[in-house]
Design a protein around this ligand. Structure first.
Ligand SMILES: Nc1nc2c(ncn2[C@@H]2O[C@H](COP(=O)(O)OP(=O)(O)OP(=O)(O)O)[C@@H](O)[C@H]2O)c(=O)[nH]1
Ligand SMILES: [Mg+2]
Length: 463
């Protein structure tokens, strides 16, 4: 192997079907997004093959001609072995096309990028921009002689690499194994050991059962952790909570860092954040305002994956305010916002008060900025990189939550002196004095805290 091949990133080719009802812009954006997902995984995308089709429900996803074109990137035959045996047609379209491609005379129909010449390295991976069945994947693998992953498989792989906390790792491992079970095949070892098809199949069943057992083991472990986290969340229940939600790469973690001074991870890649982080707004306020950073969303996010991140998304579900963060400089941000809204309604968070944050405003040209301000009059336009903008958002958040505070006069009798510390840390003290009965406070408090004080001190002591 020479230097250029050893230092080169692994290569991938994207395959996609444009289904009826999907316009060109949406189709191209989806393929470009898959390219970014692949780059996040470290692949170099060397080509795209796309085809308009009525349905995805065909054996090889693409038609014969397009399949041959795809295989020209990977060095595969472009045909299914049994298909070739069954259909012994004299020079079908696929074969003709492949021969043309082999001779390097191929014209690039449908605007796809041209296949590589035979001297360049083959694409190692075929990435399909849809969810495909295990048998479709197998057929594509045979025809292309390359590894095949669908969109879910790629997202699961990224999640697997980026998960850090114990909880996120468990969630991802469950999603990954769940994805793998139907795709498991007879291993070479089991076919050697167990001669005969029936025996081999039962070995496969055994392997699958082992993986299913592992999944339920992981679920138990996750439940234990979630239980602990649940108790922690109950303790925080009174706090005023803001959750940053939105499409992946919108800038949620950047805003989190700017608002709370925490060192959360920021990266120009997809799904940089998989763990929910909760920090107090900085400079601190009394009562505290907590901000949480959450996992980003993406189009066609598989339901299993959303479900496995349920406890992480609880941060969003239990928030009292949602900030929908979008990358205002991305022309696709409206459809990304739709995706975010639909995932949030899936987890039951659709009725939480929310504000739209048009982030990356520094990248928005003036004429577009003017149009966006008219289109979204209530949105907060800002750049997470501008300290002035972040201070303005900080003030807006404080104002938002202060509107809900109640003004109360509280008497903490000396016998209940232990409560004084809690009052000072949970409420904003406007005035305080001591008399013959106890500590007299004039406070601004959250309604929930006022209710708790009433329960503990009696109605007469909280007015
Ligand atoms: N120009 C500009 N870039 C920004 C701004 N906010 C974030 N970015 C960049 O956008 C990229 C993604 O930012 P993150 O904060 O990691 O995005 P995220 O929403 O947390 O992404 P995930 O964790 O993947 O969901 C990084 O390269 C940031 O530096 C902004 O206001 N202006
Ligand atoms: Mg992030």
């Amino acid at each position: 192997m020479n230097d250029t091949t050893t230092t080169r990133r692994p290569t991938a080719v994207v395959a996609a079907v444009q289904l009826p009802g999907v316009d060109d812009a949406e189709h191209l954006a989806s393929m470009a997004e898959l390219g970014r997902l692949l780059e996040t995984l470290g692949y170099e995308v060397v080509g795209q093959v796309s085809q308009r089709r009525q349905t995805l429900v065909t054996g090889t996803v693409l038609g014969e001609g397009k399949l041959a074109e795809l295989a020209s990137f990977t060095g595969g035959s472009g045909e299914l072995p049994d298909m070739a045996a069954l259909v012994n047609r004299p020079k079908d379209k696929a074969r003709q096309r492949r021969e043309v491609l082999e001779r390097g005379e191929g014209d690039d129909e449908d605007g796809d990028s041209a296949p590589r010449s035979s001297t360049e390295p083959r694409a190692r991976l075929v990435a399909v921009d849809h969810d495909i069945t295990p048998s479709q994947a197998r057929n594509l693998e045979r025809a292309c002689d390359a590894e095949v992953l669908d969109r879910t498989g790629i997202i699961v792989e990224i999640f697997h690499r980026h998960a850090r906390s114990r909880e996120a790792r468990l969630q991802v491992e469950i999603a990954r194994l769940t994805y793998q079970v139907p795709r498991m095949r007879m291993s070479g070892r089991s076919t050697e050991r167990q001669q005969g098809r029936g025996a081999g199949e039962s070995q496969l069943e055994l392997d699958r059962r082992k993986v299913r057992d592992r999944i339920s083991q992981l679920r138990d472990e996750l439940e234990r952790i979630e239980h602990e986290q649940g108790t922690r969340r109950v303790r925080r229940a009174e706090a005023r909570r803001v959750a940053l939600v939105g499409y992946t790469n919108a800038g949620k973690s950047s805003l989190m860092r700017a608002l709370t001074g925490s060192e959360v991870y920021i990266a120009d890649k997809l799904f940089a954040t998989l763990d929910a982080t909760v920090r107090a707004l900085d400079p601190e306020t009394t009562p505290r305002i907590l901000v949480s950073d959450t996992v980003g969303f993406i189009k066609k996010l598989p339901h299993d994956l959303v479900a496995s991140f349920r406890s992480t998304l609880d941060e969003a579900r239990e928030a009292s305010l949602l900030l929908f963060v979008v990358d205002a400089a991305d022309p696709a941000f409206r459809s990304q916002l739709d995706v975010t809204r639909s995932v949030l309604s899936e987890i039951g968070a659709e009725s939480i008060p929310s504000r739209l944050v048009l982030n990356k405003w520094d990248k928005v040209p003036p004429d577009l900025a003017a149009a966006l301000t008219v289109e979204f009059p209530d949105a907060i336009a800002l750049s997470a990189h501008s300290p002035g903008d972040v201070r303005r958002l900080h003030a807006l958040l404080v104002e938002h939550f202060d509107d809900a505070l109640l003004e109360v006069r509280v008497c903490v009798p000396y016998a209940r002196g232990a409560l004084v510390g809690e009052v000072r840390s949970s409420a904003r003290v406007l005035d305080e004095a001591c008399d013959e009965v106890g500590h007299q406070f004039h406070l601004r408090v959250e309604p929930a805290f006022a209710a708790r004080l009433r329960a503990q001190l009696g109605e007469g002591n909280v007015r």
